[in-house]
Design a protein around this ligand. Structure first.
Ligand code: MG
Length: 122
């Protein structure tokens, strides 16, 4: 276990790439297969909520074992996302920052506050 208090996405990516390279797995990590894997992991996240009412799931997430499973599947999704970014040369912070700015323009507070409608319906 490492100290995570000051770890950045860049630090995490370096550790993940070292893990991958030590096992010579880059050859299997094509961009297409990384995207497939990300979606399979997202499906495992989805499986956690299947058939559970919202309130039951949110309550279950407060403690093990559901909390541990949630952390595990979120980590799997993040790790594949980092590998996709590394493989394609994307800066995830920059991309996410740009997306928040775009969403800010699409969903102005005065129209979107307390409203779950899509921006095309505001
Ligand atoms: Mg998983």
């Amino acid at each position: 276990m490492i100290d995570t208090t000051s770890q950045s996405l860049e630090d995490l990516t370096k550790r993940l790439v070292a893990f991958r390279n030590a096992r010579d797995w880059r050859q299997f990590h094509t961009l297409k297969d990384l995207i497939v894997s990300l979606n399979l992991e997202a499906a495992e996240l989805l499986e956690l909520v299947q058939w559970k009412p919202d309130t039951v799931f949110e309550s279950d997430c407060q403690e093990p074992p559901t909390r541990d499973r949630l952390a595990e599947e979120c980590a799997d999704v993040l790790l594949y996302l980092l590998l996709i970014a590394e493989r394609s040369g994307l800066d995830l912070i920059e991309a996410a920052d740009a997306k928040i700015s775009a969403n800010d323009r699409k969903y102005p507070v005065e129209k979107a506050r307390g409203n779950a409608k899509k921006y095309t319906e505001l």
